[in-house]
Design a protein around this ligand. Structure first.
Ligand SMILES: [Zn+2]
Ligand SMILES: [Zn+2]
Length: 683
């Protein structure tokens, strides 16, 4: 897709406004941090602006200059002692191994305000470092009372119990952490270690295996899995039972899929990899509740199997063999062919999970699709393309991209933008060369087929049938993300995205506001601010606010995988959006330093798998001699924060009774919902 390149001018846009605060903030947004600090200093000198001192302190902190940051926090404290400033200074003392001072500051903050949860967490952490189990647990319990909905709580408990070698308790909290946030791979490492200590090889194997799902070359997991394999007392399939489809999916009769308009047929690559390319399969089993026919591309029928019988495909030296249930070769193909369900109305094809499959997509779960499946020969196997009507495709996208139990108007907004995205890709064809319109991963949009369908999401597709989002009568760029963390990012602020008139920055809330200043951001990201997507009980705990504490060894492993920086020395945030999202970060190692400004790379280089977003505050914890001990991320949101916030859509619909059109108008101002008339594929 083509974007207009947006150039960040060194010259700020408010040049005629003499307001020092604007100058300071604009320079901050443009990444001129030193200039920004100068303007904030001038603002303090001329207007005695107290917040200017705090903003300076936070910019120095982003620059990984904790000494200067503390200097300005202390100056602010000389003027006024507030619990927030004391707490912030306490954390910087803690991270620079000045534990005694940190304790005093946290205690003073706690005396001023016993509800200051960041101070409470500080006290727990200080006492943990001092080896005082009782006080640590006491303060953690207070913290949990104050921030019960925060997904970081369990991990902090686990982290501390693990450090105290109280493994049984650590295990409980690690399991709780992973229940709330299965993508938290870092939590699996200590959990696997605990299972090993307990001699529970099956569960240790399971955890290491799941680490490899996300980080296929994790050195410890790779080594351990080989060591443990011989000690397992159960079959892998028993330890991690696959999801099986044993009965036809029953859908509300009001929504008869045969009544959906057949506007275009889409070709969807099934079981693709993260970059949307087809993975080669060498052996797969198929079945259907109504039987399957095997057809050539010309329409000639070669063979068929009956209800619930198994059709096995096996690739060998450029040929695909088709076996029936009793292992009889039915056909041999060199070219592509098509599997069709024999029940033309409600038929579907199931691909059986197989623990030994080379394609991870088919390892742990049966998959079921409406429409036909074309088998395509690839270099070392065969690929699968689901040929399906646009609206029927959407039935398998909406529930995969949004919780089907969320409010119906949010689901309808999702249906409209998923349809828009599908049609745009059908026309523009990012995968045209590969022979399909969309892949089934996040690269395009997630499509999971029939077994994911729910009445609610089907209803959303039916009630918005044929409707797409347009701008000036053309399909809009209907980007969306899971959760913005409270503030939508403008596409023009993110490297490589460019300016789009309706993808603009604004709070994910009805208030009008033009950006978060450094100090404001600090408490916003560590706190629990109002936002449409802050919707406890509906939006998952780990999405609006999250936390990661990453050990030096793990962050070094990940950074050196991409950049040969040597031992990590420093992480400096160089530029943030108005929303606070990090858009440029400088990483310095013993060998060299790199500056990273691509959204997905910033997310990818920290943590074992990707961080959920670039909306984070990073705090580097060091030993007294300056070596890094670990790195703390206080994060918010999931995804790129551009376009529609899905959690916010749920909040707008559920908390404020907004319709899907109002939701789309809020996230894509100036766009219109229109009905598809005809679609022509651009050649
Ligand atoms: Zn794709
Ligand atoms: Zn949001």
């Amino acid at each position: 897709m083509s974007f207009i390149v947006f150039i960040l001018f060194e010259l700020n846009l408010f040049s005629e406004i003499s307001n020092l605060n604007n100058l300071a903030y604009t320079n901050y947004l443009n990444g001129n941090l030193k200039k920004s600090i100068e303007y904030y200093k001038a603002l303090y000198e001329t207007e005695k602006n107290y917040n200017a001192l705090l903003n300076i302190a936070m910019i120095y902190k982003d620059m990984d200059d904790y000494k200067n940051s503390l200097y300005y926090l202390e100056r602010a404290l000389d003027i006024k002692r507030t619990d927030d400033v004391l707490t912030e200074a306490g954390w910087l003392y803690f991270h620079t191994s000045n534990i005694d001072k940190a304790r005093v500051y946290f205690e003073d903050a706690f005396k001023l305000n016993s509800n200051n949860y960041n101070a409470v967490l500080g006290l727990a952490t200080v006492y943990s470092q001092l080896g005082d189990v009782i006080k640590t647990v006491d303060y953690l319990n207070v913290y949990k009372k104050l921030r019960g909905d925060y997904s970081g709580v369990d991990y902090i408990f686990a982290w501390n119990y693990f450090n105290f070698k109280m493994y049984h308790r650590a295990k409980e909290y690690l399991v709780a952490t992973l229940r709330k946030d299965p993508s938290f791979v870092e939590a699996r490492v200590p959990l696997a270690q605990i299972y090993l200590k307990e001699g529970d090889y099956n569960q240790a194997w399971n955890q290491y295996y799941r680490i490899l799902d996300d980080v296929p070359d994790h050195p410890v997991a790779m080594r351990m899995i080989k060591i443990i394999e011989g000690k397992l007392t159960k079959q892998p399939e028993e330890i991690r039972p696959p999801f099986k489809i044993n009965n036809p999916t029953v859908i509300d009769e009001t929504y008869d899929i045969n009544n959906l308009k057949k506007s275009i047929k889409l070709r969807i690559a099934i079981g693709a990899n993260d970059s949307g390319k087809q993975r080669a399969n060498t052996e797969l089993k198929f079945r259907s509740f109504g039987g399957i026919g095997v057809y050539g591309k010309s329409g000639k029928k070669y063979s068929e199997i009956g209800k619930n019988e198994i059709l096995r495909l096996k690739y060998d030296h450029g040929q695909i063999y088709i076996y029936s249930g009793n292992n009889v070769i039915k056909n041999i193909f060199k070219r592509g062919f098509i599997l069709k369900p024999l029940d033309p109305k409600n038929g579907s094809i199931i691909i059986e999970s197989d623990y030994k499959s080379l394609n991870p997509y088919f390892k742990y779960s049966d998959r079921e699709y409406r429409g036909d499946i074309e088998i395509v020969p690839l270099n070392n196997g065969f690929g699968l393309i689901n040929i399906v009507d646009l609206e029927i495709y959407l039935l398998g996208v909406v529930p995969a991209e949004m919780e089907p139990k969320w409010p119906i108007e949010a689901l309808k907004a999702q249906a409209v933008i998923a349809r828009t995205e599908a049609v745009r890709r059908y026309k523009e064809g990012p995968h045209k060369k590969q022979g399909y319109d969309l892949c089934d991963t996040e690269h395009c949009q997630v499509y999971r087929g029939v077994s994911f369908e729910k009445n609610s999401s089907n209803k959303a597709v039916f009630e918005t049938e044929g409707r797409v989002l347009t701008y000036n009568n053309r399909l809009a760029y209907s980007f969306y993300h899971s959760n913005c963390g409270g503030y939508i990012q403008s596409s023009s602020e993110v490297t490589g995205w460019g300016r789009v008139p309706y993808l603009i920055s604004h709070p994910d809330y009805y208030e009008k506001k033009d950006g978060l200043e450094p100090w404001e951001f600090e408490f916003w990201i560590k706190g629990n601010p109002e936002a449409y997507c802050n919707y406890p009980g509906v939006v998952h705990d780990n999405e609006f606010r999250w936390m990661r504490i990453i050990k030096r060894s793990e962050i070094n492993f990940k950074l050196n995988k991409r950049y040969n920086i040597g031992e990590l020395k420093s992480i400096a945030v160089m530029r943030r959006s108005k929303s606070g999202n990090v858009n440029s970060v400088k990483i310095t190692g013993s060998k060299r330093s790199v500056t990273v400004d691509r959204e997905h790379i910033i997310r990818n280089i920290f943590g074992l798998n990707s961080l959920k977003s670039t909306l984070f505050n990073v705090e580097i914890n060091r030993f007294p001699d300056g070596r890094i001990r670990n790195v703390w991320f206080y994060g918010g949101g999931w995804g790129h924060s551009i376009g529609m916030c899905q959690g916010g859509a749920a909040g707008m619909a559920g908390k404020y009774g907004k319709t899907y059109k109002e939701i789309l108008n809020f996230y894509f101002p100036g766009t219109k919902v229109k009905r598809l008339k005809f679609i022509k594929k651009s050649k």
